[in-house]
Design a protein around this ligand. Sequence first.
Ligand code: NAG
Length: 291
Amino acid sequence: MLVAQALSTVFLLLSLIVFAQPADDHDFSRISVEVTEIPAPDASTTCSDLSLGERIEKGEIIVQLSNALEISEVDYLVESALKAADEQEEEGLTCPGDGGFQGRARMPTLRAAQREKCLHNALPKALSDKMEQALVRILAYIDLHLPSIATTLLHTEGPPARSAVDLFLKDLLDYNKREPAINVYTSGGHFGIHADLKALTLLFPLSTSGVDFEGGGGTAFWPPVSLEKAKETDPTLVLVPPPGSVLLFGGVVPHKGLAIEKGTRLVFVASFLRKPRLRRWPNGTYTRTYN
Ligand SMILES: *[C@@H]1O[C@H](CO)[C@@H](O)[C@H](O)[C@H]1NC(C)=O
């Protein structure tokens, strides 16, 4: 009897969690979209009849969504993330390296940590769920308002067939190592120049320049050149968006998390592509499908 009651409670909780995720009642009308070209010194004329998704894929633009997170939501995320970082420091346990990351903590969502089979630095469950909720909200916004991003970069056919949200919920996305994750930077902390090499990167700045940190910060971008070339040249664009924003960019874009001088800077990042299904033919060749 007790067991049955406990089971039904667990089931109820599970269904609440599953169905509560997409039913996020955030007001999409507050979100605004801004497109910024990444200046390319020797660029041929940019072709304006490409869709937003195609321009992201080619590494021509950064798309910024503003007011995607409420300030109260950001405050909760930052407070809980810093508390988690403190607790993890006390424990002193770490997971195998994160190439290029130089900072205080890089904390993956619970699911990302489970995937990598190292749970030491994972975000606490409640915070992890909140972060995934914010991620799902942005994917839902993309499905609804920026569909070319989903169709071009994630091979979706749009709801009700496959949507970006659906890909997330059915675990059909393939992420960079230990992502989605919150990165915590303190003085001197940065992320070296790299390209994510996935289809799409979502970067959520969670700290305010001049308040939470001073000097530097923000993300520097280069046009889609080789990393060697990018390392020899200055970035052509630096963005320091306010917390609550989300930056969207393609996997070919070299970028760098700029060092800060003072204070603390947090970002939430997720780079991913859609997992293809590989089909092996009798002649030994493979084809990728996305259904
Ligand atoms: C192998 O078989 C597939 C399916 O029949 C076909 O599409 C493909 O062209 C073949 N490839 C080669 C190299 O024969």
